[in-house]
Structures are given as structure tokens and as C-alpha cells.
Write a protein that binds this ligand. Structure first.
Ligand code: FAD
Ligand code: UDP
Length: 372
């Protein structure tokens, strides 16, 4: 990356989420002048958290940090400590409770089996064998876990979450979840896990120390002004919006969050309860205090209602189905031809990144920019 010269900044970074904050931190630390623009009134993007009644509430859905990437863990650990929260959510199917992810506790609850051998036998009976690689989420789930698990724990949740039949969804979505024949309820298998001790917003605030930041500022509404400030733009907003949706609109899933403050110390006994039946309109209920082992006399819960995205809503989940993948290819090709702009992040790359993957990709991009 060249010295500023005629430019006021070395880089304008669009978005103050984890991706933008990581890039800005790395460049600033190496003596580059960065300007971060964020259209929302706060930093931290979707990992933003706020205090309500002394309880830290994950404003845009539950966020549990987990990684096996040593570099990412060491990087975030410079800005925060982590507590020892280990994610082990529960599933509620019409009032019937099961452990997630799919493990011996789940199988035992569903079928009364005790040993891994009995569970494997049960799944062998139910598993569907295809003469091809699973072509969609339904085939993937049926070949991995069989009919009972698919019908009780997967189909209803997934179709609510994505608003599409499982036969039209990519198989990789379900491969995110562990499937094990041990009595191990940990949702994530990675060695480094936890919740930032003082929250994600504090962590991102520390990452952005020393970097100039403008909140409530939409890069796309004054693009040429901002382009004239720096030779390099890093864009972490939606890639289709950058190109004015000229190759077609990418689809996203969005969420509506409904909070309730309850006058009791413990409402559901776990941080996350997934509602896996098709009739309950929300996918999960978060009870935030359990992420931090809170002892407050009151509690805050949030119901998550998935919805189809509209331009007024926040785009949360990219939908990596065939239609969107074809459109994305065209944007990727155009992005590759840009010399001034780099695209990064869950929205900038339209990839279903976890936090650690977003940070890992941002660190790699910052390395490349610093070598330019
Ligand atoms: P964002 O956080 O989306 O940040 C992009 C920022 O750019 C936003 O703040 C946006 O306002 C801003 N922006 C966009 N356009 C413009 C513009 N034109 N001008 C200025 N600013 C702009 N990951 C995990 O590892 N563990 C979890 O438990 C987990 N749970 C999740 C739960 C939910 C409900 C969701 C939606 C995601 C979850 N994730 C989780 C994924 C995690 O949120 C992302 O990996 C991470 O937040 C991506 O960061 P980002 O900076 O790329 O994107
Ligand atoms: N899933 C499911 N039942 C559950 C939880 C998850 O079928 O109780 C499926 C669903 O298709 C979901 C995918 O597994 O989209 C990935 O789940 P994850 O918890 O990783 O989703 P996220 O936390 O990203 O919303």
C-alpha cells in the first residue's frame, strides 16, 4: 500500500463490523491512515451488544465466539478476555426437549438407546442411501441422520429459518452442525470458545482505537466524495448494493427480534432454545444472561423470527442457493476487475462466515494490502 501522497487517507473502510474493524486495526497499527464509515449509529455490526437491566443483550442475535484458528484467537485476545461459556443449546419440538447438536443425549432421548452401537443401528435403519452425493439439504440430512431426526429437529427449523423447502437448500448448511456418537453436548468442536468478558462492542471499540470513525454515514450515498479521499476503498457492505444491483438483487434472510423483560431470575434455563417444529413462528429464544452466568433477579429474552429480506431490513444471512450463486458469480467477476476497491466480509463476499472466518479473511486482506 502506497503512502497517502495526494490522498487524505491511505484507506477508507466501509463498515465498522468485525471485518471492517479488523482491517482498520491492522492498517492503523502499521502506520496507515484509515477512515471507517458506518451507516448504522453504532460500531460492531451484527455483533453489537447493549446492556438492558444489567444484562448484556446480543442486539442482532446470539453470538458465540469459536475458532480453531490460532492467529484469529491471538488477534482477538489482544482486545478482550473471554469467559468460559460453552454453547450447548436445547431443541424444543412441540414441548419435547432434546439436546443439540445431534449426539448420544439426543439419540437416547428420541429412541431410548443407551450405547453408541444401538444408536448407530437405529440410524442405519433410518438412513437413506443415495447413489449420488447429497444434492440438497434434505438429502444431506436424510443420508446423515435418517428420518426421525430430520422430521423432529431439522426440517421445521430449517424451513422457517430459510423460508424455502429443504430440497431447495444447499447441503453445506447442515454440515455446519456436529453429528457424534458420544454424550458430548458442545455445539462447537473448536478449541477456543467463549464470550468476550466485557462484550463484543467493547472489543470492537478497542480494535478501532486510533482510527477515525464516522457513524451514521452511508458510503453509497456520497460515493464520489469518499472515493476522492483515499486511493484504496475496502467495502464490507453488500456486494450487490455496491454495483447498484445491476446484475440482479442477491437475496438475504433477515430476522425480527422481539425482546421481553421478565421479572424472574431464570426463564428457560439455557442461553438458547431452538423451536424445531414448523408451527412455532420463531426459530429460537435467547435468554441473554446465561451467556455470562448472570445472577440478576430479572431476565431478558429475545425471540427470533426469520423473514425474507426487503431493502429496508438488515441483510443477515446470504442465501447460497443456485440462483444467488449464479448472480454472485457475475458480481465477483466485476469485483475482480476493480483496482481501487476490495470486497470483504459476510456481505462483501456474500459468504456465510462465522466471526472467526470473517476476521481470518480480513487479516489476510490486510496482509495483502500492506504488501502492495
Ligand atoms: P457486519 O457485521 O454485517 O458488518 C458490516 C457493516 O457494514 C454493518 O455494520 C453495516 O451497517 C455496514 N455497512 C453496510 N453497507 C454500508 C454502507 N453503504 N456504508 C457504511 N456502512 C455500511 N458467528 C459466529 O462465529 N458465532 C455465532 O454464534 C454467530 N451467530 C450469528 C447469529 C446471527 C443472527 C447472525 C446474523 C450472524 C451470526 N454469526 C455468528 C456471524 C457473524 O455475525 C458474522 O460473521 C460477522 O458479524 C461478520 O462481520 P462483518 O463485518 O463481515 O459483517
Ligand atoms: N439447524 C437445524 N435445527 C436446529 C439448528 C440448526 O436444522 O435446531 C440447521 C438449519 O438448517 C441451520 C443450520 O443447521 O440453518 C445451521 O445452524 P446454525 O446453528 O449453525 O445456524 P446460525 O447460528 O448460523 O443461525
Amino acid at each position: 500500500m502506497r503512502r497517502a501522497g495526494k490522498w487524505e487517507y491511505d484507506a477508507v473502510v466501509v463498515g465498522a463490523g468485525l471485518t471492517g474493524a479488523t482491517i482498520a486495526q491492522r492498517l492503523t497499527e502499521q502506520g496507515k491512515r484509515c477512515l471507517v464509515l458506518e451507516k448504522r449509529p453504532h460500531i460492531a455490526g451484527n455483533v453489537y451488544d447493549v446492556e438492558i437491566d444489567g444484562i448484556r443483550v446480543h442486539r442482532y442475535g446470539a453470538h458465540i465466539f469459536h475458532t480453531s484458528d490460532r492467529r484469529v484467537w491471538e488477534f482477538v485476545s489482544r482486545f478482550t478476555g473471554f469467559n468460559h461459556y460453552i454453547h450447548a443449546p436445547m431443541a424444543n419440538f412441540h414441548g419435547r426437549i432434546c439436546n443439540l447438536p445431534f449426539n448420544m443425549n439426543t439419540f437416547s432421548r428420541l429412541w431410548g438407546v443407551v450405547s453408541p452401537e444401538e444408536a448407530e443401528e437405529k440410524i442405519r435403519e433410518q438412513r437413506v442411501v443415495y447413489d449420488h452425493e447429497p444434492r440438497n439439504l434434505e438429502e444431506q440430512a436424510l443420508s446423515l441422520a435418517g428420518r426421525d431426526i430430520y422430521e423432529t429437529l431439522i426440517r421445521g427449523y430449517t424451513e422457517k429459518q430459510w423460508g424455502r423447502p429443504c430440497t431447495q437448500l444447499p447441503a453445506f448448511l447442515i454440515r455446519r452442525l456436529p453429528f457424534r456418537f458420544t454424550y458430548d453436548n458442545r455445539y462447537f468442536s473448536e478449541p477456543y470458545q467463549g464470550i468476550p468478558a466485557e462484550g463484543y462492542t467493547k472489543m470492537v471499540e478497542r480494535m478501532l482505537e486510533g482510527t477515525e470513525l464516522r457513524l451514521n454515514t452511508d458510503y453509497l450515498s456520497r460515493r464520489s466524495d469518499f472515493d476522492s479521499l483515499a486511493e484504496r476503498i475496502v467495502f464490507t457492505g453488500p456486494i450487490d448494493a455496491f454495483f447498484a444491483c445491476s446484475e440482479g438483487r442477491l437475496q438475504y434472510r433477515t430476522l425480527r427480534f422481539e425482546d421481553e423483560r421478565l421479572d424472574m431470575p431464570n426463564w428457560q434455563g439455557t442461553a438458547v432454545m431452538n423451536y424445531t417444529d414448523a408451527d412455532t413462528p420463531y426459530t429460537r429464544i435467547i435468554e441473554h444472561k446465561h451467556f455470562c452466568f448472570g445472577q440478576q433477579p430479572n431476565t431478558v429474552i429475545t425471540k427470533e423470527y426469520p423473514m425474507e429480506w426487503t431493502p429496508e431490513a438488515e441483510p443477515y444471512y446470504p442465501i447460497n442457493d443456485e440462483r444467488n450463486s449464479a448472480i454472485l458469480e457475475r458480481y465477483r467477476e466485476r469485483a475482480g476487475r476493480q483496482t481501487k476497491v476490495s470486497f470483504c466480509g459476510r456481505l462483501g463476499e456474500y459468504r456465510y462466515y462465522n466471526m472467526d472466518q470473517a476476521i481470518g479473511a480480513a487479516l489476510a486482506l490486510a496482509d495483502r494490502l500492506l504488501k502492495e
